[in-house]
Design a protein around this ligand. Structure first.
Ligand SMILES: Nc1ncnc2c1ncn2[C@@H]1O[C@H](COP(=O)(O)OP(=O)(O)O)[C@@H](O)[C@H]1O
Ligand SMILES: N[C@@H](CCOP(=O)(O)O)C(=O)O
Length: 327
């Protein structure tokens, strides 16, 4: 459960006085997520989500995140809409943390995504990339290749406690990725964490995207590589489901075609994406205090994906077919 900061009814009620969303009927902490503290608010005007921004969110980045949700929502992407206070602002302070209220999205995330769900997410990711093209703010991705080594150095000494030989594998992969990471592919706004728990469905239909708190300006096809990792592996975390990969990639490229240069780099980007999530999970695994109300995610699931991507030679092995190119 991700509620790091407790709030009292009194302080919440006075925080909500600044909004025109009616009176507070009830609220509760949300038992999901790992980054921020989230509360479901039942107000007399309807349901909302209150987020208190925690450790990994830099308050200077909040205008980017809040502005992005507003921008995407204006462009027809279904995502939470930040609620304005009476003074026109969207970011306040509660219990010593920056805090914002956003609209509640209906839907559920899929614990066992099907091929159809993968197809939907591919199309939605591409639509988000297109909608983000004219978003004027920029945000550096602190968790891209340049951020991995510093993060690794804070976990390396204890990595083999989690799995023997892990340090050796990470060192080799880091060196390979740092030496070959592309810098010249099309960039734009990426979600950077579009995992199943951040995509809501109503039945088979995608109803919205949430959790834009890793969003940044980076290589668009890297976001696609993140989704291949998050959506297309079997429960054993070793085997890639080619049918899901094909569905996700073909739905993405139908909305935003990718260039041969982007396609060529997909295996390396997918390998890097697996390392990125292994590293943050490893860091959290080693550093989350015992007794925290948060479910730690297993870094080894992403070590298995790293091993898989290491032996991929072409994006066609993920199911990518390019017009005019052999499958
Ligand atoms: N706008 C929203 N509408 C409905 N539920 C939401 C919304 N935002 C967050 N939630 C709920 O809160 C949970 C955690 O939100 P998330 O943004 O993923 O947190 P974190 O950034 O801590 O990972 C989600 O899984 C979902 O249940
Ligand atoms: N998706 C990441 C962790 C971030 O979790 P979220 O709840 O903010 O989506 C992972 O799986 O490691």
């Amino acid at each position: 459960m991700a509620v790091y900061t407790d709030i009292s009814e009194g302080e919440l009620a006075s925080f909500l006085d600044a909004y025109s969303i009616g009176t507070l009927l009830s609220y509760k902490g949300i038992a999901e997520g790992v980054e921020n503290s989230n509360f479901l608010l039942h107000m007399s005007s309807g349901a909302y989500i209150l987020t208190l921004y925690e450790k990994r969110v830099n308050p200077d980045d909040l205008p980017f995140f809040i502005g992005l949700m507003q921008h995407l929502s204006d462009k027809g992407i279904n995502c939470p809409l930040p609620v304005q206070r009476k003074d026109g602002g969207t970011i306040g302070e509660l219990a010593g943390r920056p805090a914002a209220v956003v609209t509640f999205l209906e839907g559920m995330w899929m614990r066992r995504p099907t091929v159809e769900h993968c197809r939907e997410v591919g199309a939605a990711l591409a639509a988000m990339h297109l909608a983000g093209q004219d978003f004027p703010l920029r945000r550096h991705n602190a968790l891209s290749v340049g951020g991995w080594r510093p993060l690794w150095e804070r976990a390396a000494a204890r990595a083999d406690e989690v799995q023997k030989g892990l340090a050796r594998e990470v060192e080799a992969d880091l060196a390979l990725l740092e030496a070959n990471w592309p810098t010249d592919l099309p960039q734009g706004v990426i979600h950077a964490d579009l995992f199943p728990d951040n995509v809501f469905f109503l039945g088979q239909e995608l109803s919205g995207l949430i959790d834009f708190y890793f969003a940044c300006t980076d290589t668009l096809v890297y976001d696609l590589a993140i989704c291949l990792n998050a959506w297309c592996f079997e429960k054993d975390n070793y085997s890639f489901n080619l049918t899901k990969g094909t569905a996700l990639l073909s739905a993405y490229t139908a909305v935003r075609p990718i260039s041969p240069a982007e396609a060529r780099m997909l295996p390396l980007l997918a390998h890097g994406a697996a390392l990125r999530f292994m590293l943050t999970r490893l860091y959290d695994w080693l550093n989350t205090p015992a007794g925290s109300l948060v479910v730690k995610k297993d870094p080894i699931e992403y070590l298995r994906r790293m091993r898989f991507h290491r032996q991929i030679r072409s994006a066609s092995e993920y199911g990518l077919t390019m017009e005019g190119a052999p499958a």
